[in-house]
Design a protein around this ligand. Structure first.
Ligand code: NAD
Ligand code: DAU
Length: 358
């Protein structure tokens, strides 16, 4: 069997952020084996990785992070020495409707993965030496900020409000418990809102671009005054690569864009950019903006202080938001087939056609 310099397991690699992480690692590190473990829920789409699926250093395993024996077998047989854990239920609105799957996947799934890695690594000749469990988390664990200048730092106490953020907070606590109890080498990062290509069109930006394209209403929750801190997804993937390689084990790093937008201002910008790209007259889609009942427990403001990541590892966001929005809107409009597959459910059959014959 071919020897690789590193053997990295990425969970949730068929999702939005995971696919950018997998693509980056596969392309940048041809001497690494990159194993993408994904259950392919509604949010997992192998079409996101069509451009790299034939690469020699890329491997896909359809598996559930809650399946202890299967996960353990993959970690052992692929000689995994680093895990980048992104698999999760990620949509706040879904967590309000059905919180149980969030506890199962995000809490029990993370615990299953931690225990499986611990079992295999403790039994290996080098123990935990040269190993790393990197958990990808969210700024939502810190709760909500009031309007003003306050930012979430790594010291901000946890105060999750939605079932989604409660499940992510719980998973973060389990990761730190494994660090403190078993001396497992772990690192955690908590990132703000991502945007960019391959995001499932249930989230604000891709949903609204798709609705503008079809001249459908744009449902703005409440008065549109909630504030989010937006980061281009490739900047997040670059931060994950850096933290995986150079972050200090045991530490937490906040990742954010220093880029706060009120939802309504973001939506107006998005309408303007998308109308221009579609060749519509300015103001054409303004009438689509529709104020609807607010999300239950809707957090008012998130804003991340990523000074630690900048001062320790030199990371900064690279893309201006207006440019990122233009690039993103253009991508969704240019990739109508992808959007059509995702919205029709056709993408769920891609796995069968690509992998079942191998
Ligand atoms: P996503 O919903 O697009 O993708 C999640 C992926 O996990 C999918 O491919 C899905 O099939 C897979 N998955 C779900 N349950 C699984 C299971 N039981 N076993 C194996 N695979 C499973 O999510 P995303 O937006 O890419 O987020 C990825 C990670 O980053 C999550 O942990 C999320 O909490 C975190 N995060 C997201 C954002 C954001 O803005 N999207 C910001 C900060 C942190
Ligand atoms: O902050 C990081 C988090 O960002 C991640 O951990 C989550 O996985 C990710 O989904 C995202 O959560 P949000 O709830 O902030 O993202 P969403 O795109 O769902 O919503 C962004 C804002 O827009 C939020 O204030 C709710 C609002 N919204 C959303 C939708 C889908 C609307 O007004 N209308 C909508 O239809």
């Amino acid at each position: 069997m071919k020897k690789y310099k590193r053997n990295i397991l990425v969970t949730g690699g068929a999702g939005f952020i995971g696919s950018h992480v997998v693509r980056r690692l596969v392309k940048r590190y041809p001497d690494y084996r990159i194993v993408n473990l994904d259950k392919l829920t509604y949010a997992g789409n192998l079409e996101n990785l069509a451009d790299i699926q034939e690469n020699d250093n890329y491997f896909f395993e359809k598996a559930d992070i809650c399946d202890f024996e299967r996960v353990k077998e993959i970690i052992r047989s692929c000689e995994i020495d680093g895990i980048i854990h992104l698999a999760a239920e990620s949509h706040v609105d879904r967590s309000i409707v059905d919180p149980f799957i969030f506890a199962k996947t995000n809490v029990l799934g993370t615990l299953t993965l931690l225990q499986a890695a611990r079992d295999v690594w403790e039994e290996s000749a080098d123990g935990f030496a040269g190993k790393l469990f990197y958990h990808i988390s969210t700024d939502e664990v810190y709760g909500a900020l009031r309007t003003g200048k306050e930012l979430f730092t790594e010291q901000t106490p946890y105060s999750p409000h939605s079932p989604y953020s409660a499940s992510k907070a719980s998973s973060d606590h389990f990761v730190r418990a494994f660090r403190d109890t078993y001396a497992m080498p772990v690192v955690i990062s908590n990132c703000s809102n991502n945007y960019g290509p391959f995001q499932f069109p249930e989230k604000l930006i891709p949903l609204f671009i798709n609705n503008i394209r079809h001249h459908k209403p744009l449902p703005v929750y409440g008065r549109g005054e909630n504030v989010r801190d937006w980061l281009y997804v490739e900047d997040h993937a670059r931060a994950i690569d850096l933290i995986f390689h150079e972050g200090r084990p045991g530490e937490t790093y906040n990742i954010g864009g220093f880029n706060e937008w009120r939802n309504i201002d973001l939506v107006k910008l998005l309408v303007k950019v998308t109308d221009r790209l579609l060749g519509n007259p300015e103001g054409y889609s303004d009438e689509l903006i529709t104020y609807v009942t607010d999300r239950k427990g809707h957090d008012l403001r998130y804003a991340i202080d990523s000074t630690k990541l900048k001062s320790e590892l030199g990371w900064e966001p690279s893309l201006q938001f207006e440019e990122g929005m233009e690039r993103t809107a253009r991508w969704y409009l240019d990739n109508q087939e992808w959007l059509d597959h995702v919205t029709s459910g056709d993408y769920l059959r891609y796995y069968e056609s690509m992998y079942s014959k191998r």
